[in-house]
Ligand binder design. Structure first.
Ligand code: KG4
Ligand code: ZN
Length: 357
């Protein structure tokens, strides 16, 4: 698949081909971004073993990354028809994420970069998500507000330009994707739960049960989804007899829950645009694949909403390669393998100017 990138080409400046490696959670993903051409090769392997346990098991994730990563790099370079020596930089997710999983990606990336005598750069996973809509035709112009909604994060960020971020609000407890995953589990659906809940919700009546819209009645841009999760759990327990047998009740609960999350996110996005006086909203991260969320945002916001290409909503190597390209000025050859399992987005430094090649 070839993703387009409209970014201006700075004439004659190298580096321009970036290998991106993502291993922060349960996806092993590799891609090559070539400036001016977009994504010219990519592969994502989603580990399926975790479904059995209802969530990601860190040790299993690390082990699977070890097995998959090297063959996937070879496969993606073949697909991109590019020799390792033609790469200019190796970018990898340095955080946030699971420590062991991140270490596998970082070690392989640093070793690979050393082997081809190129610099490497550890990038921030959420910066990758945030920049991923730039890989689509007609990308958003800066500045914009970004809603980042994934399994581990829910945040609103003011993006002045690449590398300049101001956190506007974030979740005080569960992330939106996590709330989907936990609700899925309570409804007897498999992991990852977001797409499963959305599918079940299609047949449900969102108005049959009432759900709270957490933290929308007070000012501010923070989120909290744990109360909604508890509300849903109690509802499922109360209706358990029914829910066990009755597919309709389960679908109605899924639909009501999904609508509550969607409306809560939409209300906060509207507020963030108003507060910052910005017009454009970018939404990224796994939950941005949700169709009802997209419809609600398209309908209820005054300005335009930008999404990543659908295959790039969940974790992928393309967004890491792209973030690596933006951060190319900080790439080094020191071979240092450092990961940051916890890494607040607003601790990212400004972009450094690329050194002349
Ligand atoms: O960004 P991502 O792939 O991984 C993290 O960085 O966490 O996001 C995964 C999350 C999971 O919680 C999954 O349930 C959720 O995104 N998700 C969805 C949908 N597709 C994925 N949630 C709601 N609706 C969807 N269609
Ligand atoms: Zn992610």
């Amino acid at each position: 698949m070839q993703y387009f990138s409209d970014l201006p080409i700075s004439s004659g400046t190298r580096p321009e081909a970036v290998l991106g490696i993502e291993t922060s959670c349960d996806e092993t993903a590799v891609a090559v971004y070539r400036h001016g051409a977009g994504i010219i090769g990519e592969a994502v392997y989603t580990q399926l073993d975790h479904a059995r346990y209802g969530g990601v098991v860190p040790e299993l994730a690390s082990r699977d990354h070890v097995r998959k990563l090297a063959p996937m790099i070879r496969q993606v370079l073949d697909q991109a028809a590019i020799e390792p020596e033609a790469l200019d930089i190796v970018a990898y997710t340095a955080g946030p994420g699971l420590a062991g999983a991140l270490l596998v990606g970082a070690s392989v990336a640093e070793a690979y970069a050393a082997a081809i005598d190129r610099p490497a750069i550890g990038v921030h996973h959420m910066e990758g998500h945030l920049l991923s809509p730039l890989l689509k035709e007609n990308p958003p112009e800066f500045p914009f507000v970004a809603l980042l909604v994934s399994g581990g994060h829910t945040m609103l960020v003011e993006v002045a330009e690449p590398g300049r971020y101001r956190l506007l609000g974030e979740t005080l407890d569960d992330a939106a994707g996590e709330a989907f995953d936990k609700t899925a589990r309570l409804l007897g659906l498999s992991y990852p739960g977001g797409p499963e809940v959305a599918k079940l919700a299609e047949r449900g009546d969102p108005d049959r049960f009432s759900f709270p819209r957490p933290m929308t009645d007070r000012p501010g841009l923070d989120f909290s989804f744990s109360g909604l999760k508890t509300h849903t759990r109690l509802l499922i327990e109360r209706e358990a007899d029914d829910a066990g047998r009755d597919e309709r009740t389960r679908a109605d609960i899924a639909a009501g829950f999904e609508r509550a999350v969607v409306e809560t996110l939409a209300i906060k996005c509207r507020r963030a645009l108003k507060d910052t006086r910005l017009e454009r909203l970018v939404i990224a991260g796994g939950v941005s694949a949700n169709r009802r969320l997209r419809t609600a945002l398209d309908k209820s916001l005054p300005g335009r909403v930008y999404y990543p290409p659908s295959a790039l909503c969940t974790d992928n190597g393309a967004m890491i390669a792209l973030a690596g390209w933006f951060r190319r000025g900080s790439a080094t050859r020191n071979g240092h393998i450092g990961v940051r399992p916890r890494w607040p987005l607003d601790e990212l430094p400004a972009l450094e100017k690329p050194k002349a090649a």
